[in-house]
Ligand binder design. Structure first.
Ligand code: FES
Length: 137
């Protein structure tokens, strides 16, 4: 008889202690979003910022645009390995700060692991001397 109240009180204390922690964990996860590429067309700036045969990184929008002649190509700079925003462009090579993956800014192809998937391609056009990029068509 003396053993019965103790287990239920212990169970009650365990439940009370566990509930707030579970609530905090749900709250902490529900509001988090990582960096993202544009979900609607965005004016990135003057087309002249993208060098012929090269690329320009738009860190604020997580986009890289490359140019070959009059053809522009855009890719998301959200790393396909674990979602970090790529913040470094060396020539036409994008370098992820998190684990060192490298991508070709002109094609989105992986040049160095640990990433294995290419960067997401975006739509892009030069309109009135401005670069506008957005989600792929
Ligand atoms: Fe880019 Fe891991 S998130 S290499």
């Amino acid at each position: 008889m003396s053993g019965r109240p103790a287990p239920s009180r212990r169970l009650l204390l365990k439940s009370a202690a566990a509930t707030p922690a579970a609530g905090l964990a749900l709250t902490a996860c529900s509001g988090e979003t990582g960096p993202a590429a544009p979900t609607a067309p965005v004016d990135l700036g003057a087309a002249s910022e993208v060098p012929e045969g090269g690329a320009h990184l738009y860190r604020d929008h997580n986009v890289v645009v490359s140019r070959s002649g009059d053809t522009y190509t855009a890719h998301s700079t959200i790393c396909t390995h674990a979602g970090c925003a790529i913040n470094k462009l060396q020539g036409t090579t994008l370098i992820c700060p998190c684990h060192g993956s490298e991508f070709d800014a002109r094609t989105g192809d992986v040049l160095r692991d640990p990433a294995t998937e290419p960067l997401q391609k975006l739509s892009v056009q030069a309109k009135n001397g401005r670069i506008v990029a957005g989600p792929a068509d």
